[in-house]
Unconditional design. Structure first.
Length: 135
């Protein structure tokens, strides 16, 4: 099991988590081919679950919220993503933090992240996120 490596994993995640989060979000927002989006979604979900699992009582995790917010407002990552408005960012951060509380929510979280990519690329409207916030 990975238990014996948990302190190393935690340390590395604290060092590189924001960069990995930005890479995943940037890739979903258009810098990577769509065929790779499920892999980036999977990676980001694993980070979310790991970070939130260290939070007391499933409370929102400020660190994760900060990383997601930072990634979704980084113009260098989202240069072609005019559809990622402050409202979309707020919705996505809230939705993803909620999904991160439940490791069984991975399929929904991955679909939501794929829809985020479609919204960023103008293939879908931001209203698609309403289905996730009602879930």
């Amino acid at each position: 099991t990975l238990e014996r490596f948990s302190s190393s994993i935690d340390s590395l995640l604290m060092q590189h988590g924001e960069t990995i989060t930005k890479s995943c979000i940037g890739s979903l927002a258009g810098s990577a081919p769509q065929i790779l989006w499920p892999s980036f979604s999977e990676c980001l979900f694993a980070i979310m679950v790991h970070i939130i699992s260290g939070t007391q009582n499933g409370e929102p995790n400020v660190l994760l919220q900060t990383w997601l917010q930072s990634a979704m407002t980084d113009n260098s990552l989202l240069s072609n993503a005019q559809n990622i408005t402050p409202e979309v960012t707020t919705s996505m951060v809230n939705i993803l933090c909620e999904f991160g509380k439940d490791s069984k929510a991975k399929p929904k979280a991955k679909l939501c992240l794929m829809d985020f990519g479609r919204i960023a690329n103008g293939e879908m409207t931001p209203e698609a996120l309403l289905a996730y916030s009602a879930a």
